[in-house]
Design a binder for this molecule. Structure first.
Ligand SMILES: *[C@@H]1O[C@H](CO)[C@@H](O)[C@H](O)[C@H]1NC(C)=O
Ligand SMILES: [Zn+2]
Length: 520
């Protein structure tokens, strides 16, 4: 990465042509988030409580396991019940019911059954992903730092992170640990060591040649090994219970300091730890930023911002008086793992999870005499997938990277992403349906994004789900900066913009879809 000094201009706030700062309301003084002592425009102030709820969600979700757990907590608080995966849905599902299930504890599907639902009716689906690029602890974690006296960990790059942003950050460890319980059963425990136990230090500028400084190239194998500690290590190491090593020698390859931290965090013996799936995360909490708190800075906005809004919208929609009573369809949120590495896995959007869920829910309500193939294909043609993933807001220091007429702005609402080469699933029809829904609900008009012709285009779970199920789909997202950096930025009011649009989707989709003379 080459930096020119004109690319280092910080931005203080977001200029806005609308009467954004006109109405003077005394500053919102949330001491916890250190808001600035300025007069806060109502246009931002009213969005802050929701943004703070989202920020708590991000802070509690340093990995897909925690993202699913945090979401499940929200669902359970709203009386959603967990489905028994191996039992028939026929005996478990009822009209008006609210359900969820998880897979690998890293993928989540939650849905409500409209009280007017019949087999063959549609599925209103909001899809997102729980994973973000990060550094995962390798199967053999121990890395002896040679004569440097440093204790390090071996880590593996997951997804396409902006890895240089991981340098000089305070890093913790989270994920799940497998433990042998007292009865001999293997249990899983989520763990989150929310302290700066790890760090990947930069090399001092004085030790770099001019050429090295200019290139700022990093070797992903050699330069990302985080530091876990120093000399005290020996003292601590002596404490591991050497007598009780696991037979297959697994323990020998693990950094003892890491095992000890896990054991004290979980309240188990190190000898009871059988394995883990761990990753590093930045312990800095999400914060409100900008002169008027019009930005939210956080890790993993891609794609936890979408996950939060999706779960929150299903919770709010389903607890709205009368909403499910008149609903003819299924309202469903599906949050998949493994999007950042292509979705091709047992828990990714490329897995049978979506198709199977539709099939099983449909079957549960099908009369015995029904022609199953017919009901199923009717259901597919009445369904719609709103695939949500963050979008690229125009960057003031790199404005030429955007196509001028398709340059989304932060705090200006959700973005429809389109690509004629099907990197995004949006079509003329699906884009129009969402614009109609927004219009009907009196919401802010959606923004449009198309990548420049001379630039490659990302992709999402949208085309994957629509190609495997045959459902209509659209790709949308909130505009943000610094995608895949360890810390990203989005607009504070866009949480409201997204949430309102998702609720409107659940509320108005059937009516809008039926207003098309032809669904084909
Ligand atoms: C389970 O989730 C973890 C964390 O995201 C992931 O690393 C692992 O690959 C997942 N397992 C499966 C079977 O998908
Ligand atoms: Zn994403």
């Amino acid at each position: 990465m080459k930096l020119r000094s004109n690319l280092l201009l910080p931005f203080l706030t977001l200029a806005c042509t609308k009467p954004f700062y006109s109405s003077g309301v005394r500053a919102f003084s949330a001491a916890a988030r250190n808001l600035p002592p300025l007069t806060q425009p109502t246009q931002i102030k009213e969005h802050i409580p929701l943004a703070q709820k989202a920020m708590d969600y991000f802070d509690s979700s340093p990995d897909p396991f925690h993202a699913v757990q945090t979401s499940v907590d929200m669902l359970e608080a709203a009386s959603f019940t967990e489905l028994e995966h191996e039992a028939s849905y026929k005996s478990q599902l009822k009209p008006g019911g609210k359900y969820y299930f998880t897979k690998n504890k890293s993928t989540l599907v939650a849905f409500t059954v409209g009280e007017q639902f019949e087999a063959g009716n549609g599925f209103k689906i909001i899809g997102g992903h729980t994973d973000s690029p990060n550094l995962k602890v390798k199967p053999r974690s121990k890395l002896t730092g040679g004569s440097t006296g440093c204790v390090q960990l071996r880590v593996e790059c997951y997804g396409g992170g902006l890895w240089h942003t991981w340098f000089d950050r305070d890093l913790g460890v989270s994920g799940r640990v497998f433990v042998r319980g007292e009865d001999g059963k293997i249990e899983q425990k989520l763990v989150k060591i929310d302290r700066a136990i790890l760090r990947i230090p930069n090399l001092a500028i004085h030790l770099q040649t001019a050429k090295e400084r200019e290139a700022f190239k990093l070797n992903k194998e050699d330069h990302l090994a985080p530091l876990l500690g120093m000399a005290v290590k020996d003292a601590l190491e002596g404490k591991t219970d050497k007598e009780e090593k696991i037979e297959d020698g697994w323990t020998e390859y693990q950094e003892p300091l890491l095992l000890q931290m896990l054991s004290s965090e979980l309240g188990v013996e190190t000898s009871e730890i059988l394995d883990f799936e761990l990753n590093l995360f930045d312990v800095q909490k999400a914060s409100l930023g900008g002169a008027y708190s019009e930005f939210v800075h956080s890790a993993r906005l891609d794609n936890l911002a979408s996950c939060f809004m999706a779960v929150q919208s299903l919770v709010e929609y389903s607890s709205t008086e009368g909403a499910l009573a008149s609903d003819k369809d299924i309202s469903l949120v599906a949050l998949f793992d493994h999007e950042e590495i292509g979705s091709d896995s047992a828990t990714g959007a490329g897995s049978p999870i979506m198709g199977e869920a539709v099939e099983r829910i449909c079957n549960a309500f099908e009369p015995e005499t029904a022609d199953h193939v017919c009901t199923h294909s009717k259901s597919i043609s009445q369904s719609f997938v709103l695939s949500v993933d963050q979008a690229h807001a125009i960057h003031p220091n790199y404005a030429s990277k955007h196509e001028k007429a398709h340059s989304p702005k932060m705090n200006d609402g959700m973005v429809i992403k389109r690509n004629q080469n099907q990197r995004y699933a949006t079509t003329g029809v699906t884009g129009l349906i969402i614009r109609e829904i927004a219009r009907k609900a009196g919401l802010k008009p959606v923004q449009e994004f198309v990548v420049r012709n001379d630039c490659g285009c990302g992709s999402t779970i949208g085309p994957i789900i629509s190609s495997s199920t045959g459902m209509r789909a659209i790709d949308m997202g909130c505009p943000q900066l610094s995608m895949h950096s360890i810390r990203e930025t989005m607009g504070t009011s866009d949480f409201t913009n997204g949430l309102e649009l998702f609720k409107a989707f659940f509320e108005h989709f059937r009516e809008v879809d039926d207003s098309f003379a032809d669904r084909n």
